[in-house]
Design a binder for this molecule. Sequence first.
Ligand SMILES: *[C@@H]1O[C@H](CO)[C@@H](O)[C@H](O)[C@H]1NC(C)=O
Ligand SMILES: *[C@@H]1O[C@H](CO)[C@@H](O)[C@H](O)[C@H]1NC(C)=O
Ligand SMILES: *[C@@H]1O[C@H](CO)[C@@H](O)[C@H](O)[C@H]1NC(C)=O
Ligand SMILES: *[C@@H]1O[C@H](CO)[C@@H](O)[C@H](O)[C@H]1NC(C)=O
Ligand SMILES: *[C@@H]1O[C@H](CO)[C@@H](O)[C@H](O)[C@H]1NC(C)=O
Ligand SMILES: *[C@@H]1O[C@H](CO)[C@@H](O)[C@H](O)[C@H]1NC(C)=O
Ligand SMILES: *[C@@H]1O[C@H](CO)[C@@H](O)[C@H](O)[C@H]1NC(C)=O
Ligand SMILES: *[C@@H]1O[C@H](CO)[C@@H](O)[C@H](O)[C@H]1NC(C)=O
Ligand SMILES: *[C@@H]1O[C@H](CO)[C@@H](O)[C@H](O)[C@H]1NC(C)=O
Length: 618
Amino acid sequence: MAFVHPHPFVFLLILLPISAVAQNDPGYVNVGSFLTATDENSTSWLSPSGDFAFGFSPLKQKDLFLLSIWFARIPDKTVVWYARLDNPVPRGSKVELINDRGLVLTGPQNDELWTSNSTGTLFGFMNNTGNFVLQDSNLNSLWESFKDPRDTMLPAQIMERGGVLSSRQSENNFSKGRFQLQLGDDGNLVLHTINLPTDNPNEAYYESQTTAGDNGTLSPGKELVFNESGYMYILKDDNQRVALRSERVESTADFYFRATLNFDGVFTQYSHPRTSNASGSWNPIWSVPDNICVASNAKIGSGTCGFNSICTIKPDRRPMCTCPKGYSFLDPNDPYGTCKPDFAQGCDEDELSPGNYSFEVRKNTDWPFSDYAYMKPYTEDQCKKSCMEDCMCAVAIFRLGDSCWKKKLPLSNGKVDSNLNSGLAFIKIRNNNSITRPDDRLPNPKPENENQNNLVLMWSMLLGGSVFVNIILIVTICLGFFFIYHKRLKRPILNVDAVEMNLRCFTYKELVEATDGRRSVDLETIGEQQAILTDWAYDCYQEGRLDSLVEYDVEALDDRRKLVRFVMVALWCIQEDPFLRPTMRRATQMLEGVVEVPVPPSPYPYSSSVVVRSSRRD
Ligand SMILES: *[C@@H]1O[C@H](CO)[C@@H](O)[C@H](O)[C@H]1NC(C)=O
Ligand SMILES: *[C@@H]1O[C@H](CO)[C@@H](O)[C@H](O)[C@H]1NC(C)=O
Ligand SMILES: *[C@@H]1O[C@H](CO)[C@@H](O)[C@H](O)[C@H]1NC(C)=O
Ligand SMILES: *[C@@H]1O[C@H](CO)[C@@H](O)[C@H](O)[C@H]1NC(C)=O
Ligand SMILES: *[C@@H]1O[C@H](CO)[C@@H](O)[C@H](O)[C@H]1NC(C)=O
Ligand SMILES: *[C@@H]1O[C@H](CO)[C@@H](O)[C@H](O)[C@H]1NC(C)=O
Ligand SMILES: *[C@@H]1O[C@H](CO)[C@@H](O)[C@H](O)[C@H]1NC(C)=O
Ligand SMILES: *[C@@H]1O[C@H](CO)[C@@H](O)[C@H](O)[C@H]1NC(C)=O
Ligand SMILES: *[C@@H]1O[C@H](CO)[C@@H](O)[C@H](O)[C@H]1NC(C)=O
């Protein structure tokens, strides 16, 4: 009789201490084992086959790590599971398998960041399927990564009713995104967006339609199965299978598989050759929905792309988001995010003259919601004119030969859809945008630092050395304080009054007081002259003689509208009554031209400076 090598579990049950055994068996992890997040040859717990690893994977951002499970044999180390945290963990973080607690992730200061909460844990096992399992002494599974999935399912993984996959924020940001795949309690598999930070769902953009039916007579879906051969289907109560897509898949002997809810909302099954040869990559086998741009129709939320954006489907069935002309991404680093208009649409009579706006015309483009007016019968010209003369109108849609819809911001579910039968979208944009964006004129734009760009822009204007300089300086100080305040927040310099005050613009004098008076002499002098200068500036503004403020400032003369805007903001910022001053946010928005600047009142309603004024004038 041949000697049968005992199963490791036999050792576990018979021999003590257990750790001595488990340590020697590939894939097993004993209580007390730990991993530390470091760059160099970062250690991990490998499955016996070496296909999967559990541990810290380094992120693109330096010194940040993700506690995760990944494909260990392929060059791009694709992550299939990760601990969901608000932020990636820093170098020096540690994950340890602790008796009675399970996996415990702590930061470099020993602060607990995450735990699997599994009491009774005896050991862990990194299965060849990619499932990391914690078991107790009776070999009951206490926690499994397969039962706590993130955005990916692997062959041999099953999702029960109520199970959810959640997308990440973006390819390299593992925070929770707004797309979800869910097998509902009614047996229906759906894809929908949620209203972050809550899980409250919007209308589905994909449904498997595997419910019990209106009459309750059909067999509902029970599980979403990704079987070991790489086929994905819904198993119904009556054991019938409904394939998500009946695509033939290659052999698991030659290929890895995964099904991932991508950060852009498309659920895709991929295959990857097992050869660890670098030429291999993940190839999509199928995906749902067929066209996410067209399928997305939720009345609430932005849709597939951000607000005001337009979704176009690419040949690989993944969406691409673009801003209409005259709009740009709110977060330049997020090309799937919201687009903002680069101009302000005013409702004042002179602003509305047709010469100030024009239309960008796009075929087969629509934002199906955000309608506020529907005119019919109407001609194309009437439709355009009506939108042009209406300061609420952001877009007019003309379709079906006689129908005109007017739409307001924010626009949602923007899409290119050939089923729209050449319907036209007239997107209203402002001509000769008076606010030349700072990024347009500065080399090496750093769009994420728009506030700072404003500062740079204004400091560059100071070179003119004119009186205007001083007005701008005051605005600069308003913004400058914003930054200083943020740096100094931790120091007890500001009293309560000052903190309240800082939410609004600061005058120079208050700034000096709040910052211990550490300022250069030049600025001191200007501070003393402030009352005289601003008063004069206000008069110039009122009398429309702003040019006399500027003298040599060619850049400012180039763009008189911007000058007027800056001075108006400055005059708001130096109001004697602090409660009239705009907040920092508002001031920045006004400078950028995102919001209208109301006509400022005289900065010194209480302290009359008639004497100073007349004596200087004459
Ligand atoms: C990491 O591994 C490489 C070879 O695999 C070795 O040369 C190097 O010394 C290791 N670094 C550390 C810090 O262990
Ligand atoms: C673990 O349990 C604690 C307390 O019951 C809870 O606050 C925490 O969210 C749980 N963690 C996980 C990952 O479930
Ligand atoms: C690994 O996973 C397979 C498939 O789910 C399962 O049959 C096997 O028992 C697992 N191994 C261990 C040690 O848990
Ligand atoms: C990921 O995205 C979230 C939400 O947009 C953001 O708060 C977080 O800072 C991002 N994390 C990283 C590492 O960029
Ligand atoms: C539900 O019942 C109605 C009439 O009772 C029938 O017309 C309909 O076809 C049924 N639907 C399903 C899905 O069985
Ligand atoms: C997986 O599902 C496919 C299609 O339903 C079937 O042909 C195959 O035999 C299944 N494989 C396993 C291991 O059950
Ligand atoms: C890499 O794989 C491809 C096919 O998958 C094969 O044609 C090629 O020869 C392989 N290269 C190496 C270096 O193994
Ligand atoms: C455009 O708007 C400005 C005010 O913002 C106004 O002065 C001007 O007359 C308007 N019309 C044209 C045709 O420029
Ligand atoms: C906008 O600028 C263009 C060229 O710079 C000019 O032809 C057009 O008349 C200007 N429009 C307005 C309303 O000033």
